[in-house]
Design a protein around this ligand. Structure first.
Ligand code: DGY
Length: 328
């Protein structure tokens, strides 16, 4: 006991309970908003650990302000909001919440894909606006999904789960990653291809890679230009993997057929004109937003933080090199 932790924004109660059972001070930001940098800098001072969100930028300033803390437990699987190298340098552990959000995110990816391919939101608005006067012989003509080609960029946990769901739609599956994925090849006869082949041959392209300096703008002018005119691009990973301005241009000029986005390059800001496009479906980063999944994420994030407090190695340590730094 005796630990003092800060939670940057309210998370599900089940996680907070774990923290309260294990720490003496658990301060939670109960305001329903992201803290400003100034507020964050003040709040992390003197803590033994911090539970943060993907919307908190944990940069060198914040890390320095939190000096003395054991680390930061991120309530997310992606850690692109954290300067992990700097945290490691100062001996701070970083943890995340992998695994538990795989299915929720894969399900949402398919919801987006269907929504774009079959114009679900447009059709819903049409009915609500009282415009449904008769069955339409040539209205709302979408794209077939069954039997088409699905391209998965990033065949990790979530990419694999998305691809496996394609089995019932008898799709040809292509995937691009840094290494081959035996499960996909065995279960789906998936083909391991280079990025260009995937972009050229896929009807639906779904992105599932972390945001790093190497993957930033992986999809930009050249990549968009080789995609089919009928292709639909889905992104539930991180917005900046796509050059959003170039995507908007491609969508406007109908160089690709549509996009389904759950994430944005400068979240929550959207590139100008994106909201005016009819061939996109836009969601507010809700890939993992189910009651069950967010509860599991809260438990894991809290347990990771408690482990750090107790001087143990959290299950989901992102920067194991820190253990060497701390031994010195
Ligand atoms: C993550 O965990 O990284 C998702 O983007 C939000 O759940």
């Amino acid at each position: 006991m005796g630990y003092n932790v800060f939670v940057t924004r309210k998370i599900p109660e089940i996680g907070l309970t774990i923290l309260r059972e294990n720490c003496e001070v658990v301060e939670v930001n109960y305001e329903d908003r992201i803290l400003t940098k100034e507020e964050l800098l003040k709040k992390v001072v003197g803590r033994n650990g911090i539970l943060c969100l993907l919307t908190d930028k944990i940069d060198e300033d914040v890390i320095m302000a939190a000096k003395g803390a054991r680390g930061f437990s991120n309530y997310a699987v992606g850690v692109d909001n954290i300067d992990v190298a700097t945290a490691t340098k100062y001996g701070m552990m970083i943890s995340n919440t992998p695994g538990v959000l795989t299915d929720a995110t894969a399900d949402l990816t398919w919801a987006l894909l269907f929504s774009v391919a079959r114009q679900i939101l447009e059709a819903d608005r049409f009915v609500r606006n009282g415009r449904f006067k008769s069955w339409l012989p040539v209205g709302f003509l979408g794209a077939d999904i069954t039997g088409k080609t699905l391209g998965i960029i990033g065949a990790g946990r979530i990419g694999t789960a998305v691809a496996l769901r394609a089995k019932s739609f008898r799709m040809r599956v292509l995937y691009y990653d840094i290494k081959a994925n035996e499960t996909l090849e065995r279960e789906l006869n998936a083909e391991y291809v280079d990025l260009e082949t995937l972009l050229q041959e896929s009807d639906f392209i779904s992105i599932h890679i972390p945001l790093t300096e190497e993957t930033r703008h992986l999809i930009s002018t050249k990549e968009l230009s080789v995609m089919k005119k009928t292709a639909i691009l889905i992104n539930t990973s991180r917005g900046a993997v796509i050059d959003e301005e170039e995507l908007v241009k491609a969508l406007k000029e109908r160089r690709i057929a549509g996009a389904g986005l759950d994430v944005y390059e400068n979240e929550p800001q959207l590139t100008e004109d994106l909201v005016d496009l009819k061939n996109v479906v836009l969601l507010p980063h809700i890939g993992s937003a189910t009651v069950e999944t967010r509860d599991k994420m809260a438990v894991i994030a809290a347990e990771n933080l408690v482990a750090m407090m107790k001087g143990q190695i959290p299950h989901n340590l992102v920067n194991p090199e820190v253990l060497r730094v701390n031994k010195r």
